[in-house]
Design a protein around this ligand. Structure first.
Ligand code: PLP
Length: 440
């Protein structure tokens, strides 16, 4: 191991003394110190390197310190570091144009936000004002962000201590490995999930439902790739009852799936699309809502009652323009598709075949989850202690994993090469083999 570096110690000491962390009891944290990064690697001050199989919070799609994005932010900072959202700034218009180049048909405007939560917050607001209705239907297995309505639209445990917003209804979405519908095929799972969704909407009173808000592929909930027919079926239900369809592409969007947007793979056109993370890989915080012409028209003569001091912040916009241009020029999205198809899909399938801890493997592009179980027949999830050992084992071998509940999500930057992807899968396989030998 490299010699200890005083800055690692200082980072840890100051963090523990003064930094209050997200989603955590504060007393027992031991955060990884990161001093720098490049491409698919990060390192600490001592020079300990990690292959980033997490993309941090699944956001550094273009990798760390991409030179074009860093230079664009530096140039913009030199020119105009900040400006009010009410101004017309060239870089903001260019960022909107770049984003809309990847939008589905009929979507013509962008409202920029600071991140993903406030993107969903404002999409919900638009849907409510556009329809004159209140309720928002979303999945239990979802994460939509940590603000008023977004966290209550969220279905996972984080909603429960935060339920101060009203009008939120949840349904079970398709999840073949742990079906809520006793289904035995993807077709059945889609059909029954759609039936459940429609019955809930009918029972809630369709005329009270403003929006259906879904992650195109629920990400944090476990990369739950929807079965064929599900999202087109949701679109039909939304149309039948005059409900706005909002697709949350915050995690799945901008290359992660090997498509520009995940919805490109599912034959569905939403009314609103929320995005953040991969749009500029989080180099400067940014998110937004892509808005259909019809919903945008609602606010042609009527005031849109929402805004943010940093909506369309020039540094964030410069990072969007440079990221999307670099991704296009360098074939980053095609790379994500190829690495998924040629390395991750076969590599993770082989791992699942030999290691009894792996109950299910699912994903596409550079967006995968391994679901770990104590027993393949009962599908009982492995416990938190086992997941802790897997995480520690990966870090000790120089792999930075993304661990959630009983799953390892394999979510490297979209720029990862085949060799690094194969190395990561090999390390993960070694770690899982060692843990399986011990706990099973
Ligand atoms: N929506 C989805 C699908 C997400 O994965 C996230 C963050 O993980 C969010 C929304 C919230 O984004 P942010 O943390 O930028 O507010």
């Amino acid at each position: 191991p490299p010699a200890p570096h005083p800055d690692d110690e200082a980072a840890r000491r100051l963090d523990r003394a003064h930094v209050f962390h997200s989603w955590s009891a504060q007393a027992h944290l031991d955060p990884l110190v990161v001093a720098g990064g490049s491409g698919v690697h990060v390192w600490d001050h001592a020079g300990r390197r990690y292959l980033d199989f997490s993309s941090q919070l699944v956001n550094t799609n273009i990798g760390h310190q991409h030179p074009r994005v860093v230079a664009a932010i530096q140039e913009q900072a030199g020119r105009l570091a900040t400006i009010a959202p009410s101004t017309a700034a060239l870089v903001r218009g260019e960022a909107a144009e770049r984003v809309l180049a990847h939008a589905p048909a009929g979507i013509s405007k962008v409202f920029f936000t600071n991140g993903g939560a406030d993107a969903n917050e404002n999409a919900i607001r638009m849907a409510r004002l556009h329809t004159g209705r209140d309720k928002v239907v979303s999945h239990y297995r979802s994460y939509h962000g940590n603000t008023g309505a977004a966290v209550v639209a969220t279905g996972d445990w984080r909603r429960v201590p935060n339920e101060y917003a009203r009008g939120h209804v949840h349904v079970f979405g398709p999840y073949a490995y742990r079906s809520e519908f006793w289904s035995t095929s993807p077709e059945q799972e889609a059909e029954r999930a759609l039936h459940h969704l429609e019955r809930v909407i009918q029972s809630e009173g369709p005329a009270s439902v403003a929006a259906i808000l879904l992650e195109t592929i629920p990400g944090t909930a476990g990369v739950l790739v929807p079965p064929p027919g599900y999202l087109p079926g949701v679109r039909e239900i939304a149309d039948r009852y005059g409900i706005v369809l909002i697709l949350d592409e915050v995690m799945a969007g901008f290359g992660r799936t090997g498509h520009w947007l995940a919805l490109d793979a599912f034959d569905v056109v939403p009314d609103l699309v929320t995005f953040a993370k991969g749009v500029n890989s989080g180099y400067v915080p940014a998110g937004g809502v892509m808005i259909s012409e019809e919903i945008a028209r609602t606010f042609d003569e009527r005031v849109f009652p929402g805004g943010l001091t940093y909506s369309g912040h020039p540094l964030a916009m410069a990072a969007i323009v440079a990221s999307l241009d670099a991704m296009a020029d360098e074939g980053v999205v095609a790379n994500a598709a190829a690495v998924g198809r040629e390395v991750l899909a076969p590599g993770l399938a082989a791992l699942a075949e030999r290691n009894p801890l792996v109950g299910d493997v699912r994903g596409l592009g550079v967006f995968w989850a391994l679901e770990l179980v104590r027993d393949r027949a009962s599908r009982e999830p492995v416990d938190a202690a086992t997941m802790g050992r897997i995480k520690a084992g990966a870090l000790a071998r120089g792999l930075l994993p993304f661990v959630a509940e009983n799953r390892v999500h394999v979510v490297p930057p979209c720029v990862i090469g085949a060799a690094d992807a194969a190395t990561g899968v090999e390390i993960l396989g070694d770690v899982l083999d060692a843990v399986a030998a011990d706990v099973l």
